[in-house]
Write a protein that binds this ligand. Structure first.
Ligand code: S3P
Length: 438
């Protein structure tokens, strides 16, 4: 369970050394529960992320009658009920902080016979849901939202869904996945066209469960009415969690760190490309494939970083890594400019504003723009910043302490547990001088 108030205190200086394996990939963990539940047969999962977000997905499927054993040290066994086997949950399905759970489940639940209500915490209840309810309405779903198109979502069961051809108005894997999952229940062929490549775990995992998903150019299609066959899922370590250490070891003099078993799906590796453009010293070794996803170990040594103009094509491929990439930019020589990243304003917090506010407090010249930020690298001061209950903001600022001239204190860090359980333990094991207090 999350603690209401959690503060990180990170002493300045130090280096990151040794080896670390960060927790399982959040996106893949969510999908493993969803597809394992809807499959015919028994699915075994290993490496599952035992963070609050993916646990909320697990609880939701249990509440809909699926027999799920675990997690036991990342291992889960699911007795799938088949695409038509979910049962009406007894009350509202509470999804905490998790946008992925809500947006993907909206698509799945639109195709069920029963009514359901999806709710979340204050952050999730502020985030835009019309981006999923609009295409679902085109498919014939009936969903009521709060006034501003936000959660809770009241989903009417028993709607006969029809397939659509949908062009995403923004590069969002969650919206793409939502429409494809509703498409499983729709009559005909559902196609989604994305304006730029976004993470493709839904397509890969559906294929792993034996479902025919076709991609042609930027368009992904599937036919409704098929079934999923149980399989085993080995979840790699989350590159979005690895990113904190890739940046931390790059900026802290004397660092030499290996991050093990990192998921290297090409729709997720924008952080590596961006850091390399900035001059980071990253070596990728031991590349292999695990359960349909590429995996590797990444060695990172401290390097002098330089400011860059971040290519817009890399933005969707690094969308969750910008909080910590802003810290890298603050430590680089010269100016870094990010554009085309307005989606950052509707994440767990407004990540452009919250990061600019915190960096300014630490003495950095960081100017927020509507769709990005302009950062001049410079000396980092110690200070007290606010994570605004956003897990990735909290972890990003903890890495800033490695180069600050005084302690960095970060308020509102409890949600680190949504994606990175035991962050404090694992980070201190490789040299971050971090303590948490309630
Ligand atoms: C996710 C997609 C991304 C990402 C989120 C997880 C997913 O969101 O930010 O953390 O698992 O599909 P968007 O699709 O809204 O960009």
């Amino acid at each position: 369970m999350t603690v209401e108030h959690l503060t990180f205190r990170v002493a300045p200086g130090g280096a990151l050394t040794g080896r670390i394996r960060v927790p399982g990939d959040k996106s893949i963990s969510h999908r493993s529960i969803m597809f394992g539940s809807l499959a015919d047969g028994v699915t075994h999962i290993s490496g599952f992320l035992e963070g609050e977000d993916s646990l909320n997905t697990l609880r939701a499927f249990r509440a809909m009658g699926v027999d799920i054993d675990g997690p036991h040290a990342g291992r889960i066994t699911i007795n799938g009920v088949g695409v038509d086997g979910l049962k009406a949950p007894a009350g509202d399905v509470y999804l905490g902080n998790s946008g992925t759970s809500m947006r993907l489940m909206a698509g799945l639940l639109a195709g069920q016979e029963f009514d359901s209500t999806l709710s979340g915490d204050t952050s999730l209840s502020r985030r835009p849901m019309a981006r999923v309810t609009n295409p679902l309405a085109l498919m014939g779903a009936r969903i009521d939202t709060a006034e501003k198109g936000t959660a809770p979502l009241h989903i009417k069961g028993g709607s006969a869904l029809k397939a659509i051809d949908y062009t995403l108005p923004m590069a969002s894997a969650q919206v793409k996945s939502c429409v494809l999952l509703a498409g499983l229940y729709a009559q005909g062929r559902t196609c989604v066209t994305e304006p730029a490549p976004t993470r493709d775990h839904t397509e890969r995992m559906l294929r792993g469960f034996g479902y025919d998903v076709r991609r042609e150019g930027n368009t992904i299609c599937l036919d409704g009415g098929g079934r999923l066959a149980a399989t085993d899922v080995d979840v790699p370590a989350d590159i979005s969690s690895a990113a904190f250490f890739l940046v931390g070891a790059s900026i802290a003099t004397g660092s030499d760190l290996v991050v093990e078993h990192v998921g290297m799906n090409p729709t997720r590796t924008g952080v590596i490309d961006i850091l390399r453009l900035m001059g980071a010293d990253l070596t990728v070794a031991n590349e292999r494939e695990v359960g349909g996803e590429p995996v590797a170990d990444i060695r990172v040594r401290a390097a002098r970083l330089k400011g860059i103009r971040i290519p817009e094509a890399l933005v969707p491929l690094a969308i969750d890594e910008f909080p910590v990439l802003f810290v890298a930019a603050a430590c680089a020589d010269g100016e870094t400019v990010l554009t085309g990243a307005e989606e950052l304003r509707v994440k767990e917090s407004d990540r452009i504003q919250v990061m600019a506010d915190g960096l300014q407090l630490l003495g950095i010249d960081a100017v927020p723009t509507p769709d990005g930020m302009i950062i001049q690298g410079g000396p980092m001061r110690g200070g007290r910043v606010h994570a605004r209950e956003d897990h990735r903001i909290a972890m990003a600022f903890s890495m800033a302490a490695l180069v600050a001239d005084g302690a960095v204190i970060i308020d509102d860090c409890a949600n680190v547990n949504t994606s990175f359980p035991n962050y404090v333990g694992l980070a201190s094991g490789v040299g971050l001088q971090i303590e948490a207090s309630e």
